[in-house]
Design a protein around this ligand. Structure first.
Ligand SMILES: NC(=O)c1ccc[n+]([C@@H]2O[C@H](COP(=O)([O-])OP(=O)(O)OC[C@H]3O[C@@H](n4cnc5c(N)ncnc54)[C@H](OP(=O)(O)O)[C@@H]3O)[C@@H](O)[C@H]2O)c1
Length: 328
């Protein structure tokens, strides 16, 4: 690699709507020790990218420049000390930034082979949601087969992945979503009970369905008290976002009497070592579900990288179900 590597990246120099996004061309340094450069086939669009574009989610220190948290593609170059990957191998990876690009930089511990049976482009829709669901539902939430699992935002990228992973694990799955079409998408993915939160009282529905042992919530706000009411004895509430606000007033009496746990986490700011540990667990437990056809990325739409603003408009509209991808 003697010639300098050039890549397009996407930035939002001034916070704002999709029109704030800019395609820039930059020169890339060669991969550092422990890093892999990936010739990108596709990048996943995630809601944290929208929040970053709006100026509310600064990248962690040391993150590659530009938006984008997950990619698929071929290994282009290996940094010193990287073992277990070959040049040209198809991979997908979690990246701390710079995923909307022609070439992306990933720590080797966050790179995985594309699961057998998954199209290379569609594989870009796996890392961010699979890592997030694994660490929150299976590690923090300790979901067990036979337990009742509730996910809000069931048709989101995270939700569609959570429904399938929980079903593959043998849980009874309950989901909420905001339209009849989105509820139908959740049912097709295997959800046993689905509630349209705009038309019915999901809390009463969940209680009637036997309550929940683990809840994955991205809504926050008034959902927190309702989630605790829906949660069974020894239940675990795992908070991954607060679309309706992070400041709430709750009565802790029920938490004490029902011996419930409230927890949560964020993925992007974690160390390379923590992400590598999640990647290793995902490869061991989730990749076999994907290769057996029990879990697959549900793709809503794909856009050329140059049309990134249109992809963000689609996510801003909340009309999507599943993942939105950018093809480099
Ligand atoms: N903590 C972490 O590590 C982590 C990692 C990745 C993502 N996240 C968070 O997880 C969430 C999902 O991410 P994503 O990329 O999958 O986003 P996404 O596909 O855009 O999904 C957002 C979902 O939220 C639902 N929603 C919006 N407002 C709602 C409300 N007031 N009440 C109920 N549902 C509402 C929407 O569906 P409806 O039409 O049904 O309302 C939509 O399906 C985001 O908030 C993101 O920031 C957290």
């Amino acid at each position: 690699m003697n010639d300098p590597l050039r890549t397009r990246i996407v930035t939002a120099p001034q916070p704002g709507g999709p029109e704030a996004l800019r395609l820039e061309e930059v020169t890339l340094d060669p991969p550092g020790p422990g890093e892999i450069l990936i010739r990108v086939a596709a990048s996943g669009v995630n809601r944290p990218d929208i929040i970053e574009r709006m100026g509310f989610y600064p990248p962690p220190p040391g993150a590659p420049k530009g938006l984008g948290l997950e990619v698929s593609g071929h290994v282009l170059a290996l940094g010193e000390g990287v073992k277990g990957f070959d040049s040209g191998q198809p991979v997908c990876a979690l990246v701390a930034g710079g995923g909307y690009a022609d070439i992306a930089r990933a720590p080797a511990g966050s790179v995985l082979p594309v699961p057998r049976g998954v199209d290379l482009v569609n594989a870009a829709g796996l890392p961010e949601t699979v890592f997030t669901v694994w660490t929150n539902v299976f590690e923090a939430g300790a979901l067990r087969p036979g337990e009742r699992f509730l996910v809000h935002g069931g048709s989101s990228g995270i939700g569609t992945t959570a429904i399938q992973m929980a079903k593959a694990h043998g849980a009874i799955v309950i989901a909420t979503a905001g339209s009849a079409q989105k509820c139908a998408a959740c049912r097709r993915l295997g959800a046993d009970h689905v509630f349209n939160y705009r038309e019915e009282d999901w809390l009463e529905g969940v209680k009637a369905a036997g309550g929940a042992d683990v809840i994955l919530d991205m809504v926050g706000g008034d959902y927190v008290a309702k989630n605790l009411a829906a949660l069974n004895r020894f239940g675990r509430l795992v908070q991954i976002a607060f679309l309706n606000g992070s400041r709430v007033e709750i009565d802790l009496m029920g938490v004490m009497l029902k011996r419930q746990t409230i927890t949560g986490s964020t993925l992007r700011a974690r160390s390379h070592e923590e992400k590598a540990a999640i990647a290793s667990a995902v490869r061991q437990h989730v990749w076999p579900w994907i290769e057996a056809g029990q879990v697959r990325p549900l793709i809503d739409s794909t856009y050329p990288l140059a049309d990134v603003a249109k992809a963000h408009e689609r996510m801003d509209s909340m009309a999507h179900a599943g993942k939105i991808l950018l093809v480099a």
